[in-house]
Design a protein around this ligand. Structure first.
Ligand SMILES: [Zn+2]
Length: 205
């Protein structure tokens, strides 16, 4: 890509470092900003540098927070004996959006993936095990993605805590609501059969 301006080239190069943004998209975005009032770009740049400089991670659950403890951990109405283990902050947001969970979270910050050079020591696992050891946790819910890495991570954590008095569960994996059975992949359908639930329980949800 040939640029008539070094400044423009610079901005496009920086923007294209973002995931899913190629050079052409970066150029489109930069040109868009140039057409907007200057204040728009100032606000954007300010918000980005502020989020980078001032954001904190909750010291208990590792969720993104403006304070030492995030709003979820601080909320006295949440059940602190029930902890949902998730891969990253987006999972917290997704589960919170369902309004179906009143416990706390523990954000691992990734999943065990030898292929990508991510081992247990790179994740927030020690602090989770410490929480369980403290005896304040009644149940851990593993809510990792249903992939080999997710399963490996669940199993690794399970091995660390199995000698302590804590219940463990994993989120149900099954046929999506509104899906036709014949279009469901066979692994999902197979699991749905194995993990079937009493019909009466299905009426409650
Ligand atoms: Zn927290």
């Amino acid at each position: 890509m040939e640029f008539s301006s070094k400044l423009l080239e610079n901005a496009v190069n920086e923007m294209s470092q973002l995931p899913g943004v190629g050079k052409r998209t970066a150029l489109r975005l930069v040109l868009h900003l140039l057409r907007q009032p200057e204040q728009q770009t100032v606000l954007l740049a300010d918000a980005l540098s502020k989020v980078r400089a001032e954001i904190k991670f909750c010291k208990s659950c590792h969720n993104i927070s403006d304070k030492e403890l995030c709003e979820i951990c601080e909320n006295p109405n949440r059940n602190e004996e029930l902890i949902c283990v998730v891969e990253d902050i987006r999972d917290v947001m997704a589960i919170e959006n369902t309004s179906s969970f009143r416990g706390l979270y523990h954000v691992l910050g990734g999943k065990i993936s030898p292929m990508d050079g991510v081992g247990p020591q790179d994740l927030n696992i020690t602090s989770l095990v410490e929480k369980v050891k403290s005896g304040k946790v009644n149940e851990l819910i593993f809510a990792m993605s249903p992939t080999m890495e997710g399963d490996t991570t669940n199993f690794y954590i399970f091995k660390q805590i199995q000698d302590y008095n804590v219940k463990t569960s994993t989120i149900a994996r099954g046929v999506a609501a509104g899906n036709e059975l014949e279009y469901t992949d066979e692994i999902t359908l197979g699991r749905s059969i194995v993990d079937r639930i009493p019909f009466e329980a299905s009426l409650k949800s």
